[in-house]
Design a protein around this ligand. Sequence first.
Ligand code: HEM
Length: 557
Amino acid sequence: MIVEHEHYKLSIKRRFSGKVEKMANESLRFLQSLMDALNYNGPPSIPLLFPLLLFLCTLLYLVSRKHGHMKNLPPTPGLSIPLFGHLHLLGSSPHVSLHRLSQKHGPLIRLNLGLVPTIVASSPETAAKILKNYDTHFCSRPSLTPTSRYSYGDLDIAFSPYNQHWMKLRRFSNAHIFSPSRVHSLRAIREQEVEAMVNAISNKYATSVNVSDAVMCLFNNITFREVFGKQPERGDYAECGMRSPYHELISEVIFLMGVFFLEDLSPYLAWVDVVRGWRGKLERSFQALDAMLEQEIAERMKKRERQEAGTSEKDDATCFLDVLLQHISDDDQNGKNDSAGLQLNIVEAKALLVNMFIGGTDTSASVLDWAMTDLMRNPEAMRKAQEEVRQVVGHKGSVEETDIHRLHYLKMVIKETLRLHPPAPLLIQRECLKDTTIDGYRIPAKARILINAWAIGRDPNYWDNPESFRPERFEGSAISYMGNHFQLIPFGGGRRICPGMGLGIVGVELAMASLLYSFNWDLPPGMSRGDVSMEEGFGIVRHRKVPLLLVPGIRAA
Ligand code: HEM
């Protein structure tokens, strides 16, 4: 293959010079490294297609330039490699790389990710234009391979394009799933699960606990109970409790959702996903998820029949699945209407259940994990937060949700964590619906839109000393993450803003208050606070790269 590349490089040299030659060389180096990285050993004819495609794309690029299709587009950094575009600039932490690029090229930049034109907004002002001024132009989502599969063909809320179907589901879930009264009705589940976690950690007194695993396990269990109304098969919270088959499955789904399928960047590269095995993995995990949902739905329907016949006890709270079952019909035409005339079919209901799992687990666990990390590195903030929660809760023995509204400092700690570590640093991709001009730049219809919430939370025009963890910055400040202050948008904004914000935050607040109330936390022996790693792992939700290990000491009564 190297010989073929050398030969091709020579022929390119004869035809072009200067910039184009440099582009070709870069492309070849990139292709070579890609093939090496993929350990490609498929049919030899396939790599031969590359030079041809490379040539065609270069030609296309030159022609479109000549015809002025690229006029007034936002600035573009560096070299766009045919077929791959600027993918090589993203690195393993795209939000960090894009932040650096925006510092050099401005708050609105244009990249080609594969063949897909992508606009990245990195300032509160540009985010406000996209999420508020032109919300109706930017409120759609692109259809991507993994999210489309897990959402039964974009039939959910999170990954559906902007259309009547999305409006129906969003109205339905606002009324029946995310309403304050529904969130409140699930309070007992959250309190019981948090108590179970605290008890498990108490048993590990004075030995290291994997806090990252414990909180992931917590939100997995809470979500499972909220969704299906029953306990999941579980392990011990403090002993890597995530390892039930259900936890494994959800972790795999969330992981695969974060994988870049090359097919979504360039249709010519769809075969690479097959060769890498991602296609097969995606299909197997989707089938397993679907089988689990089918089984839980069938089981719950039988239980409901028994309850209606009076042969089974009624549950304390209505789970999300119950709510959906009340509005499902097998027959699309005759679905049961709610008071607002909304109805669902079974596939839409399954797609919504997947949204609950994906939205409810990783995001909340990531916030709590990073909050604990930051507090361990900032003992003064830890002291203040602990003092507050112990003073408010007193000798009751455990935190209740009714205590939370009095925990002002804890709420500021969570805000500061969301500023520095938004779980989805680039939010969820949007798609532009029609040509729009922002700051004099043309954003073409169909372009994908990334909003860098991570960079925005560090904008020095809005935040003093942005890299430092200082919850006090919110003292007396009206800035909230509810979508009206564009310098703090961990939940996004506009009509696609996260509908699960209230549900997610109340769980994080309760769990964090309980961890601070019940334990005096220490670092493992020999470790200093400067040693606590701040490295991020890979994925659609950014967790810590290495788990947070801490030693719980029982607080003095
Ligand atoms: C701390 C917790 C959470 C964070 C930080 C978070 C963050 C986000 C973000 C950034 C978006 C994209 C918004 C945009 O495009 O502007 C989103 C959308 C969404 N989230 Fe959350 N989320 C959290 C909790 C939850 C929970 C608990 C659920 C459900 C149980 C949930 C369900 C959803 C859904 C369904 C969408 C799609 C909305 C749409 O496209 O219309 N989220 N979330």
